[in-house]
Design a protein around this ligand. Structure first.
Ligand code: ATP
Length: 257
């Protein structure tokens, strides 16, 4: 990695109290993400993907290890990162513009500057003509684009996405993946994305992190050296899909054993 990493996790462990014992959701996780890199996290249910993402977002406190964004230890929620969840979490009583501007409130900007920045991000996700619409008037894909605008407007260098397109049908999902890449090409940020969908990981990511459960840990990190735009029907894409599927299948077998 030629530049200093935007995100660095060192020996991160996290456990939860369950009844009288501790459940180890993450053990000894080491991971770095470079500027402008897209990294996808895949793995079976319960392997700690969301726990890892929430820890980076400052929403969980690791028991051990360190998490640094741009060299600074993460000590509070929303520090140098913004999160896009599976459900858009837009406030129903605010317009799209109002929701995006609200994210800027803690920054203490003038109303004019808030409006300018919100308008630029709404434009970036192609929703200018819906800026005054309310969440109930937006389709599922539009609402997720609005959530992306709200994450980008705060101008953090790291965007965290937890199954952002998981609730969309497969056609819309593919379209949103293309749109996300276009947005990423225009507005360079680093992205850490949790997904259950191997194809989504392969289509988007520079590297795919394969996690395993019991306890949650990183099993392998697979670089995806395919040029963009990627063709889902290419031989190289299928080969990588097979490799990731085999890794996950082995794991299911091991967990079941
Ligand atoms: N607050 C909590 N209290 C107790 N256990 C928790 C808590 N949060 C997560 N866990 C447990 O930690 C493990 C990892 O959860 P996590 O949600 O990170 O997994 P995941 O890989 O994101 O799963 P999925 O793919 O199903 O969303 C799970 O077994 C879960 O039950």
């Amino acid at each position: 990695m030629s530049h200093p990493p935007i995100l660095s996790l060192r020996s991160v462990s996290k456990s939860f109290a369950v009844d009288d014992t501790r459940f180890h959701a993450l053990t000894d996780v080491d991971l770095e993400i470079a500027e402008n890199e897209i990294v996808a996290l895949i793995g079976p249910s319960g392997c700690g993907k969301s726990t890892l993402l929430r820890s980076v977002a400052g929403l969980e406190q690791p028991d051990d290890g360190s998490i640094r964004i741009a060299g600074q230890p993460v000590t509070r929620a929303g520090q140098e990162s913004a999160v896009v969840f599976q459900d858009h979490r837009l406030l129903p009583w605010l317009s799209l513009r109002g929701n995006v501007e609200l994210a800027l409130e803690p920054l203490g900007l003038s109303a004019t500057e808030r409006r300018r920045r919100a308008a630029a991000c709404i434009d970036l996700v192609g929703l200018t003509q819906f800026a005054d619409s309310f969440p109930r008037q937006l389709s599922g894909g539009m609402a997720q684009r609005a959530a992306i605008a709200r994450a980008l407007v705060v101008e953090t260098r790291l965007v965290l996405m937890d199954e952002p397109f998981g609730a969309l049908d497969s056609i819309l999902r593919s379209r949103m993946q293309e749109e996300l890449l276009k947005i990423w090409q225009r507005h360079r940020v680093s992205i850490l994305i949790v997904t259950h969908d191997i194809e989504e990981a392969l289509y988007l990511a520079d590297r795919v992190v394969v996690m395993r459960a019991q306890p949650g840990h990183i099993h392998e990190i697979v670089p995806i050296d395919l040029p963009r735009p990627r063709r889902r029907d290419s031989a190289a894409f299928s080969e990588l899909r097979g490799r990731l599927l085999r890794g996950l299948a082995t794991q299911d077998h091991e967990v079941a054993a």
